[in-house]
Design a protein around this ligand. Sequence first.
Ligand code: FAD
Length: 404
Amino acid sequence: MERPIVIVGASLAGLRAAQAVRKGGHAGPLTILGAERHRPYTRPPLSKELLVGAQEAGDCALPCDDLDAVWRLGVPASALDLAQRELILDDGERIAYDRLLIATGSRARLWPGPQVELEGLHTLRDVDDALALRAALAGRPRLAVVGGGFIGCEVAAGARKLGLDVTVIDVAPQPMPALGHELGERCAELHRAHAVDLRLGTAVERFEGAGRLEAIRLADGSRVEADVAVIALGAVPNTDWLAGSGLGLEPGVVCHATLQARGADEVFCAGDVAAWPHPMADGELVRIEHWTTAAEQGTAAGRNMVAAPADRVPYAAVPYFWSDQYDVKIQAVGLMTRAERTEVLESDGSRFVAAGVRDGRVVAAVGFNAARRLAFYRRRLAGMPPLEELAAEVAADVKALVAA
Ligand code: FAD
């Protein structure tokens, strides 16, 4: 009988791995463990369509009925015993595996100050969070968003669509700070044009209220009145349960390029929780929180899990990410966090593409309403072309498009 494969994390990366494992010929036992009580669903609509009522929870479900898997949902793994090849659950139950995939993703970063027990404070990571926030927004509260990253900005855009008064607070001087100064300024203009009150370059000092949130006091002395606040301070990888397992956990589960965990040949990893040496990062470890990376890595890890060791393939795709805010689709390819500066390569009305440049080479590209152009950049970025070379190619390409 074939030996069991176990997947921890019943979301996008875990599901894609399970599908690849079956496609790759594993006919033996397959168990999928998930901390949430839901079967896999897709998260991007949670801060977009679901939040504004254009989709329901069922619309986010990912098809997964044909896997012939044992689903253990609402069951978090609490430890890993590499020597015995066993997962350990809270109640002490042990689940044996022959090969294991870790796909436990990430969770919303909590407010780092003293924990506040006020009604009206929300985070947004799972479908239950999104439904709770949607219900809170239905009362037409004054909304404050703490953190102007992509989830904070999407929530702000959705809430404006619902007609709410929205304030976004961030210590950074621009929203979407990961995109750098120039692009962050464009995001700021976008939100101001939609009447979002941006309080930038200042920190939250405390949340005020008696039982319910009433206001947020800022470090610059100002006060933002708010009935509901979304704490959108990014995400942290779910690695706590692996403490003491012997696996490297910084900046996520440390893997080889084939997504095998370092130091445990039978353990693989995929998605938000995985850290692996990306060729565009000079072999440094990267951990990426993008939908497409989680999906692609799940498939790649699943394939490698059932392949002979010599046939395992490194995962080296150029990262791709999108965010929808108002009528703008923001898309990024490459490793924007490694860029030292940006250079505008295309600008035509609302369409705009900027390159992220490091040591004269293009390591990222960010587009606003440039969906049809991003595939070109994703293809070209794998080789990190010199800026001048790519700029000349873009100019020729755009000229040809205009002529066509
Ligand atoms: P996750 O989706 O985080 O799933 C991990 C699963 O593992 C969870 O169900 C978790 O409960 C479970 N788990 C955790 N610990 C344990 C344990 N100990 N035992 C068992 N199970 C455990 N990306 C984009 O590119 N574009 C977007 O527009 C976009 N929008 C987003 C909007 C929101 C609101 C959020 C939250 C994310 C968004 N993302 C977006 C990011 C994208 O959804 C993630 O990159 C993707 O979900 C990662 O998939 P994953 O399977 O690695 O992890």
